[in-house]
Design a protein around this ligand. Sequence first.
Ligand SMILES: NC(=O)c1ccc[n+]([C@@H]2O[C@H](COP(=O)([O-])OP(=O)(O)OC[C@H]3O[C@@H](n4cnc5c(N)ncnc54)[C@H](OP(=O)(O)O)[C@@H]3O)[C@@H](O)[C@H]2O)c1
Length: 404
Amino acid sequence: MKRTHTVAILGHGVVGRGVCDLITNNQRELVHYLGCEVKIAHILDLRDFPDSPYGELVTHLFDDILLDESVETVIEAMGGSHPAYEYTQAALSAGKNVITSNKEVVANFGDKLVRLAAENGVSYRFEAAVGGGIPVIAPMLSSIRQNRILEVRGILNGTTNYILTKMFTYGDSFESALSDAQALGYAEKNPDADILGTDSARKIAILTALALDMLPSVDEIHTEGITGIRASDVRFAESIGHRIKLLGRCISNGGKPVVCVAPFLIPCESPLASVNGVYNAVEIVAEPLGNVMFYGQGAGAGATASAIVGDMIPIVTGGGYNPIVPGFNRAEHFIRAEFSTFSSRFYIAADERHRDELTVLLEAEPYSEEGGEVVYITKEMTEKEMDALTERFEGELLSKIRFI
Ligand SMILES: NC(=O)c1ccc[n+]([C@@H]2O[C@H](COP(=O)([O-])OP(=O)(O)OC[C@H]3O[C@@H](n4cnc5c(N)ncnc54)[C@H](OP(=O)(O)O)[C@@H]3O)[C@@H](O)[C@H]2O)c1
């Protein structure tokens, strides 16, 4: 029996250190499941870590890893597109498996990297890139693959979910909930990728590839963040038995994917409505399976390390395989166009001076009128129809949020 599987880790930050700890502390479990020990040969980082128990393994030269023939698997936990993409390419070309938590690289270059891995007979795996510690990619590739997937929708970003939960529970404004999230370390100093929806867009792109066999370009995905959500929107949602959640959604529309990231009004009885704080969840609607939901910690050192090390199991026990190839073909440029056919009911809030005009345009009586604002719940209509109706109010509507 093979005695050791040797890995190198790129990045000694939150995730990289979490992987070191898991491999070190759970060696007994690893030996049990993998049938061999796991050895960390190198850690690449820009800095030295004299106080880290793994400090002696740190190198600043990627070639130390690339040229070390004993390294079978490279774990990329550096973040950013570059040089993470180039290092991944080099490792796969050298016949090393790569496991990553970097959704930016998977969403931007996953199609190329999955092909490159297949050409070199190695694996490129990325369970940790979506939903942190929640196993969602592996089930989508195995136990539910025989179904026709109709929709994947998820709360894919813990920071925004924390902010929305805070706004709901304590009536906080967006700004105050964001600074609270920053103080607690849930949001970065520059939180744009989270609050503008980009992080969720990368993740729903990856899930779309697995669900509908097409990898959309992230900049083609209709993406709205949560910066425009007001405390009064959250209160309104509550008054009608709903919650506001930032969802990534990919829906099969006759085989063509409708993909978006946006805040949605979700009925309280929906399981997604009760996902609070920094937790993530992914709900899959499939034929004939029905609905299944995966729920858990979407980030954090331990949870993310669990997903990364879990990706090692098929590599070590299955002889290295890469079943992801079919889904990772770049989608044609119709993703944005398809979104115009997406249909929903809308909650609209506007200044009361627009009351008469909106009542005619939306063919709906105001749902409520309070504090100088008028609120409507529209009939179901497509994005194209809504855009045509509200074109003249560009920038003037106080809120426009879809119902799920
Ligand atoms: N944190 C989470 O909970 C979580 C969850 C799921 C997925 N992820 C993803 O996992 C990846 C890592 O996240 P993280 O939170 O661990 O980030 P992090 O704490 O910033 O760690 C990244 C480490 O990589 C180092 N690094 C950056 N560029 C490098 C380069 N060119 N060469 C060598 N080292 C380099 C950084 O050094 P410097 O600090 O000196 O720049 C840092 O020590 C990201 O893609 C992230 O999106 C994170």
